[in-house]
Design a protein around this ligand. Sequence first.
Ligand code: NIG
Ligand code: FE
Length: 414
Amino acid sequence: MKGCQIIINIGLLVNTRNENKLLRGAALSELPCIENAFLKIENGRIADYGKMSELPAPTTTENIYDASGGYVSPGWCDSHTHLVFAASRENEFVDKIKGLSYADIAAKGGGILQSAIRLQAMSEDDLFNHAMIRLNEVMRLGTTAIEIKSGYGLSVDAELKMLRVVQRIKNIAPIPIKATFLGAHAYPLLYKNDHEKYIRLIEDEMLPNIAKENLADYIDVFCEQGFFSVDVMKRICSSGILYGLKPKLHVNQLNSIGGIEAAIKMNALSVDHLETMTDSDIEKISSSDTIGTMLPTAAYFLRMQYPPARKLIDKGCAVALASDYNPGSSPSGNMNIVVSMSCIQMRMLPEEAVNAATINAAYAMELEDEVGSIMIGKKANLLFTKKLPSLAYFPYSFGSNLIEKVMINGNFLE
Ligand code: NIG
Ligand code: FE
């Protein structure tokens, strides 16, 4: 519905706010909503909202869309994805069914290294076309801002190729996109016996070229046993910081090796995964400004324990939710499932999950001034649901497609 500027008869207008605030503790469960509401859009941005009874008389030049009792919410903000990849890995999925672990598969040369071989062989155009298909799919599922990582290149050329693909997506996609450099995703086979050489490749060749072409917003490292140690993570992040890239890190997925403490000291924007947390990790992150991003579909897909969401929230950690969309550990970018799974498996309240997947996830991409809540001046990047009996019905009825329409910059996706 191009040009539509007033939405009427909104059953529930979700996450209406007058100001931006990163939510933690009890505030995460407060989700301000307006029943039977209207929303006004001007130039693709939210211009006004309120109760239907307060709706100013429309002028003839305004287009009106009747939401017929459906809910309107800020679109999902997916702050952690690996959306650019060359090929799916369902062979490993079957290996895992047969009993192999994530680490076993990586040790066999599968996993990330397999994705790197496939990505190195694919042209930039093909990678771009495949990624755009995925992006269009997740936009239709309600994602209206997204972060995309490199990390399946693992050579100077292929990492730059991946980030150029992300740059092209940034230039063409209608939604805000953030790019993260994850050269330190795995040591390539070529450097199996000389890790120092690969670290120097990241520092001396990848980073300067990325900076020259302005290809990344953040720097990520997969800090994990068998991947990158805490000391190496610190070193790579320090180099990235010199080029203006803020750390946004993979930590505590399989083991707790001190990544959280180091990340906080480097003022990481977020630490992501958090499946394996000690009490001390929980204390440290909860008393820091670093956002804790949980990726429940990755834990589900790998049959791992879920992050301790309740403990984190109750201790005051600012949590966000994201899909981790990637071919190895979360071959889905469906944020509706992420929200549902967070309630079902991590005991997050529906209100907490919605806040964590909208405003807090917007903060985890530094996009809180643009998206993540219904606030005057923010982009009209919204999801419209079918008529729902309650907010809780949305995560409760997992697997049903309750999204009626998605709006981006004030225009409905066709
Ligand atoms: O976030 N954990 C590291 N990286 C990805 C998985 C990558 C892969 O298996 O391809 C993740 O889960
Ligand atoms: Fe990831």
